[in-house]
Design a protein around this ligand. Structure first.
Ligand code: 5GP
Length: 195
């Protein structure tokens, strides 16, 4: 997605060979115009005969692109909680997710009220590294007896195994920007564009 790649090239900060910081438009401050375009693009890429009935993401950075996707689809958005809220009872689905950036395991939680066996769920997340967050979300949909219609990622680091992990598990994966390398402080996209 051209607009997103331009934003990454102009505002992304390469922190190391493995980590990209995009706090100025995705992870801390949010660009609403870009988020709206992401939602439209995800809906285009996941268009299918069987309509999606829910969008599922994980707090907090997945919420903006997942929200605009849900808005475009005309369905509700559910976000998994990383910490169980005091107001949540035990009527929940959970999955353990190892965090690539925080290097710790979080138990993510979704109320059983919000995903059911009749749901076709489009999963959206901000980054794809090792695929653990997306797999945890998919496990929750499957615990509910629902169907994962696909996994949409804003920024995929294609030099890490996440995409293959998700494909091997049988999911359709669409990423709006695919990064081949962050070496030498350069963002290199899979299609060979160089910063
Ligand atoms: P995975 O579960 O695929 O290993 O990692 C995905 C999660 O880790 C994303 O939800 C995102 O929060 C975080 N993440 C992974 N790599 C990066 C990165 O390079 N930059 C940022 N900002 N977050 C990342």
């Amino acid at each position: 997605m051209k607009l997103l790649k331009e934003e990454i090239l102009s505002k992304g900060i390469v922190l190391s060979d493995g980590v990209l910081k995009v706090d100025s438009f995705l992870n801390h401050q949010i660009n609403p115009i870009l988020s709206l375009e992401m939602g439209k693009e995800f809906v285009k890429r996941f268009h299918s005969e069987d309509p999606n009935t829910k969008v599922l993401t994980i707090e907090s950075s997945g919420i903006a692109p997942a929200f605009t996707t849900a808005l475009e689809l005309g369905v509700e958005l559910v976000f998994a909680r990383k910490k169980k809220s005091l107001t949540m009872n035990d009527n929940v689905y959970t999955a353990d997710v190892y965090s690539f950036t925080k290097q710790e395991t979080n138990t993510i939680t979704v109320s059983k009220d919000f995903i059911t066996e009749s749901d076709r769920v489009l999963i959206i997340d901000d980054f794809l590294a090792n695929g653990q967050a997306a797999l945890g979300l998919a496990q929750i949909v499957e615990q509910a007896g629902g169907t994962v219609s696909g996994i949409g990622i804003v920024i995929e680091k294609s030099f890490q195994p996440g995409r293959q992990v998700l494909l091997d598990a049988g999911y359709k994966v669409e990423s709006l920007a695919r990064i081949e390398s962050l070496k030498n402080n350069e963002v290199r996209f899979v299609d060979e564009t160089v910063l």
